[in-house]
Design a protein around this ligand. Sequence first.
Ligand code: ZN
Length: 160
Amino acid sequence: MTSSLGNLRDLYQQVILEHYKKPRHKGQTDPVHRRQRGHNPSCGDTIELTVQLAEAGDRIESVKFEGEGCAIAMASADLMAEALRGKTLAEAAEMVQRFQDMMKGEAEFPRELRKLNVMQGVSQFPVRIKCATLTWHTLKAALEQPSGEVAEGFVSNENE
Ligand code: ZN
């Protein structure tokens, strides 16, 4: 018997696997305006984000990622990179918060960003939540860096 919820879950898994196998935003931006590495010790996921800002410095031109990890961590990074194109830094900060709220089952993204809602399914698996939030956690650290500074070392989401 397949319920509609079961089908929905299959759809989530399909989208996640598709982004894992064929990421569209893997690599490094050119030029690199922000660089930040992140680590999720509970699963072993590591990620390095690079960010290219628009000339005025208040808008994201492009985000790319490199890393090693599970399908959820890598798919989440690819989906995030896609959703961030053209967003202001304030909008990006709001999206970080909304994603964290979504993992608690307290929010979802509006229509124009609805693709991010595929990660909602992960909120049912508490041990995987940190896999999904790693990229957002790393982005937050990247955007909070003073302009022109490139961070060394990893941010860890162990204590989140
Ligand atoms: Zn993981």
